[in-house]
Design a protein around this ligand. Structure first.
Ligand code: FE2
Length: 285
């Protein structure tokens, strides 16, 4: 791994692993990018799937401005606003309504953000606000690499299948059935199981906790297939673990990565708070 020097573009790119991820060094994200910088950061985003910007300190409004440089902000699901006072910035936290750590870390199952939407999220931007002394990592799976690692027969089979992504089903698996209003707000959507990335042309397996079952199969058979596929790919060598530092801002590509938060800290004692913005993607077929 060699650092690429974007001296001309005024930042440096330091790969974080052989699989994925790069640290972008030298940019203050409170300043809007000029077109050359923006194009270079976007290329790095496509090349490395996950960008890490250290030592940032953006307000919610500044995070919105940063995010909007790369596309259209995604709204919240109707009942998923959390405690945010900002309509476009979701607060990811382990706090209860009284503001105390509640022991549970949300989003700890593998998923890609808003995959139940007809136009699933393109990118997620997550900015650390308050971190536990250690742990609370975010872990990623590279679904390009996972697809590439399948044998040819499985690749061919997966290419022929569509998968139903369902907010209602994933909420039920979390033990909280959705209301009729939530179901209307976020109906099920069908996506290709082997998704062609609209910008790179590479193929990624498109599953995660919102992936319910295979379209056209019996629910039981299709559910079993999805669960087994997820279990088979969410492992080394396809994993990358991000250990948070104060000031970190991450930007990742939901079209080719799964992610989850890891509760490897005392979540009853320490707060873990991050600000999230999402960019809307495009239809998958
Ligand atoms: Fe997420």
């Amino acid at each position: 791994m060699n650092a690429h020097d974007f001296t001309q573009e005024r930042f440096t790119l330091q790969p974080l692993s052989d699989l994925m991820g790069a640290e972008v060094i030298g940019l203050d994200l409170r300043q809007p990018f000029d077109p050359d910088i923006k194009a270079a950061v976007h290329k790095a985003f496509l090349d490395y799937q996950l960008l890490v910007f250290r030592d940032q300190n953006l307000t919610k409004d500044e995070q919105v401005v940063f995010t909007e440089q790369f596309g259209t902000l995604e709204r919240h699901a109707v009942r998923n606003r959390g405690t945010s006072d900002h309509p476009l910035v979701h607060i990811v936290s382990n706090l209860d309504e009284s503001g105390k750590p509640m022991g549970k870390v949300r989003s700890d199952k593998w998923h890609t953000d808003k995959s139940f939407r007809p136009e699933p999220s393109m990118a997620t931007i997550l900015h650390a606000q308050t971190l536990p002394p250690d742990g609370g990592d975010t872990v990623f799976v590279n679904m390009y690499a996972a697809f590439d690692g399948l044998n040819q027969a499985t690749k061919d089979k997966i290419r022929s299948l569509n998968v139903v992504h369902s907010w209602a089903t994933s909420r039920e698996h979390e033990g909280r059935p959705v209301t009729a209003e939530e179901k209307r707000d976020a109906p099920d959507n069908v996506h290709p199981l082997a998704r062609i990335h609209p910008e790179t042309g590479r193929t990624a397996i498109f599953i995660g906790m919102h992936a319910s079952h295979i379209d056209g199969w019996s629910f039981e058979e299709g559910r079993a297939f999805v669960v087994e596929l997820e279990e088979s790919v969410t492992r080394a060598p396809y994993l990358f673990r991000h250990k948070w530092q104060a000031g970190d801002l991450l930007m990742w590509d939901n079209r080719c990565l799964l992610h989850r938060a890891e509760a490897n800290f005392d979540a009853r004692k320490f707060p873990r708070i991050l600000h999230r913005t999402c960019l809307r993607g495009t239809a998958t077929q």
